[in-house]
Design a protein around this ligand. Structure first.
Ligand code: 13P
Ligand code: SF4
Length: 390
């Protein structure tokens, strides 16, 4: 028999710092929230969120991405993937406050697409996205110089995934490109290849490669990967000139965990299982899956599936659990054996939501996400090109 020993670990001052209350100098964005967050153990949090939301009435519109926790998603006026939420935010000009339960780049996109009088609030400023952070404005400007040296900027159209900062969206708009999401990437690439001969796809190499190869008939050799940490992206001018798709070396740390072994393992464990994965997964995972699509597609596919069917889903765990609970007549399992939450999506919790809603109800605007005017105008161009895609 073993007995649990107290851990001999001295907490660091930062470990004691309650997320969302103070500035963390080591965090890229900082996590300052002036005022007091309610305690997570407060049994009245649900009632407090409900009361603050009622007090705000039509002044507030709460958006919830599919990867949000159950405790948060129950307060969303609409739920959706990043494409649907961008549209929903744009279609609510009467709401003074848009509370975005999602991550930083989504809140930025909502700010860009809403009117100047509307204020977008992200309940925890530390809710970033590791993939979006893999492409900075400086790195992308440098990449464009490398493409210019190779003589290909005139024929290259940037296509940026929604999961990118407002700066990258602005770069895209300025250089004649469009934004795409996981539900319209093929349409965006079709459009881009009507405008030019090559695409610079930012920042998710997997969505770019999967769309080009699975949906557009390109080969893996048509794609090269630009590594911002290597001189000239690690590519020769000849390689850049020969490529059709120049993929940025970025990825999602959540979807990157799924492997070919996870697919083979689940097929062995559950005979007849349908493997359904998000296109942010690696190419070999997507190639081995039966169905591929955005979060919205995953939900709709499960709704249409017959009772008794078996599903292994490769996307974030909050969504998979909700889908499984919504369909007790179907067998729904998580594709990997280890859990796979998106840690930054999970930063938005009930204490932060209550704090944001109560602050707004008291007339205090907190955690506003505001994109500067110049960035906004070019980013909007790129987003509007996406919204106008056929
Ligand atoms: P979608 O909601 O567009 O499918 O994207 C998934 C995702 O990773 C969002 O961060
Ligand atoms: Fe970013 Fe991946 Fe999390 Fe989506 S799931 S917010 S892409 S880290």
């Amino acid at each position: 028999m073993t007995t649990a020993q107290p851990l001999d670990v001295q907490p660091t001052p930062l470990a004691l710092l309650l997320l969302g209350r103070e500035a963390d100098p080591r965090s890229e964005r900082g996590v300052e929230c002036p005022g007091d967050l309610p305690s997570p153990s407060d049994p009245d949090l649900v009632a407090r969120a409900r009361a603050a939301k009622e007090k705000l009435g039509d002044k507030v519109f709460v958006l919830g991405h599919h990867y949000q926790r159950d405790e948060v998603i129950q307060f969303a006026d609409v739920t959706g993937d990043s494409f649907k939420l961008a549209r929903d935010a744009a279609a609510r000009p009467e709401a003074e406050y848009i509370v975005f339960c999602g991550v930083h780049f989504m809140a930025e996109s909502a700010d860009i697409l809403t009117t100047d009088d509307q204020k977008v609030v992200l309940p925890d400023l530390a809710a970033g996205c590791s993939m979006a952070d893999m492409a900075t404005a400086e790195q992308v400007a440098e990449c464009w110089d490398v493409l210019a040296d190779a003589g290909i900027t005139d024929v290259t159209v940037p296509v940026s995934y929604m999961n990118s900062s407002a700066d990258i969206k602005a770069f895209t708009g300025k250089h004649g490109g469009t934004i795409c999401t996981s539900s319209n990437a093929k349409r965006a690439l079709d459009w881009a290849f009507e405008q030019g001969e090559k695409v610079l796809f930012l920042p998710d190499q997997h969505l770019g490669r999967n769309t080009a190869v699975r949906e557009m008939g390109m080969s893996l050799e048509d794609c090269v990967v630009y590594n911002p940490h290597k001189p000239n992206g690690g590519l020769t001018a000849e390689q850049l000139r020969a490529a059709k798709m120049i993929l940025w070396r970025g990825h999602c740390s959540v979807h990157g965990r799924f492997s070919l072994e996870s697919v083979e393992d689940v097929r062995a464990r559950i005979p007849g299982v349908n493997v359904l994965v998000h296109p942010e997964c690696k190419h070999e995972v997507v190639a081995a899956a039966d169905h591929v699509g955005s979060t919205e597609y995953i939900i709709k596919t499960l709704e249409a599936a017959p009772a008794g069917s078996k599903w292994a889903i490769g996307t974030e765990l909050n969504l998979v659990r909700r889908v499984a609970n919504a369909h007790p007549d179907k067998e729904v399992v998580f594709l990997d054996r280890t859990v796979c939450f998106c840690s930054t999506m999970n930063r938005i919790d009930l204490p932060h939501l209550v704090w944001a809603l109560e602050s707004l109800a008291e007339g205090k605007l907190v955690n506003r996400i505001q994109v500067d005017r110049e960035t906004e105008s070019f980013a909007k161009l790129a987003l509007e090109r996406m919204l106008a895609l056929p």
